[in-house]
Design a protein around this ligand. Structure first.
Ligand code: ADP
Length: 264
């Protein structure tokens, strides 16, 4: 049976008492092992959701539960151990002088033994396809490679939730493809829930479920194919369905199934 790892119950948030609500009565759940893509145009509230999950912000109304624990100022240090985040700018996420130092860094303060650290450096860099770069200095890596190392560094601390907040936004098409392939490869990791935040519908194709945000509210929530079917309405809220998804859908309607591969 699947478990709710993240639960938003009627959450409302604003950045100050004199500010407008940026999230209003938002409720959703995310299961263990599930990949949920959160999509919406700029300013629709996506990053605010990520910051609320990580306890960088707290809601004025409603409540948020992570693995059954309510997110409060008291519980947040405990909860952050379970939540890993990768952000937009690949250059702001490096702390180590080499790739292996970087992956080791997050583990160093957690009392993890040397032996386990070495194992995890290897297994997480392997999971993101970067095991041949152990001793490489970060500035020698491409943007996509840097983001893959950032993902490995977060995985090394064994989070239950991995959030990628516009992690592909500053990458070229190749880098984006690398990250989407890496993320889909992580889906087999048991017990890891994935949240990818994007404004690009092309990046939600492989997710289990898509949560569409508009004006601080959930506009729709369904599997990718059902979301793509609403292409006219999506355009009205500033989101374009990629041509490849329309084509795949038309083929499916004609009884032709295509392989579930990442879109280029
Ligand atoms: P998205 O990630 O979908 O682009 P955000 O969650 O970043 O949206 O922002 C939602 C709304 O909150 C926007 O209108 C934005 O201008 C506003 N906002 C974001 N950060 C702040 C802040 N630090 N102070 C005031 N308003 C903010």
């Amino acid at each position: 049976m699947s478990t709710n790892l993240i639960e938003f119950k009627d959450v409302s948030f604003r950045y100050g008492e004199d500010q407008p609500w940026v999230l209003k009565n938002v409720s959703f759940t995310i299961d263990e092992d599930e990949w949920v893509a959160i999509i919406g145009h700029n300013g629709s509230g996506k990053s605010t959701i990520a910051k609320l999950i990580n306890g960088l912000l707290f809601p004025q109304e409603g409540e948020i539960l992570i693995d059954g624990k309510k997110v409060t100022e008291d519980s947040i240090w405990d909860i952050r151990k379970d939540v890993g985040m990768v952000f937009q700018n690949p250059d702001n996420q490096f702390v180590g002088a080499t790739v292996q130092d970087d992956v080791a860094f997050g583990m160093e303060n957690r009392g993890i033994s040397r032996e386990t650290m070495v194992e995890r450096i290897e297994s997480t860099l392997n999971a993101v396809g970067m095991k041949d770069y152990l001793l490489t200095e970060p500035h020698r890596l491409s943007g996509g490679q840097k983001q893959r190392v950032a993902i490995a560094s977060v995985l090394a601390i064994s989070p239950k939730v991995l959030i990628l907040d516009e992690a592909t936004a500053m990458l070229d098409p190749n880098g984006r493809k690398e990250i989407m392939q890496t993320v889909s490869g992580l889906q087999d990791r048991q017990g890891l829930s994935l949240i990818t935040i994007t404004h690009d519908l092309q990046e939600v194709v492989q997710a289990d479920r898509v949560l569409v945000m508009n004006g601080g509210q959930i506009w729709d929530e369904a599997e990718p194919r059902k979301i793509f079917a609403k292409k006219e309405e999506l355009r009205e809220i500033g989101l374009d369905v990629p041509f490849v998804a329309i084509l795949a859908d038309a083929l499916l309607d004609a009884g032709i199934t295509i392989a579930h591969e990442p879109l280029n």
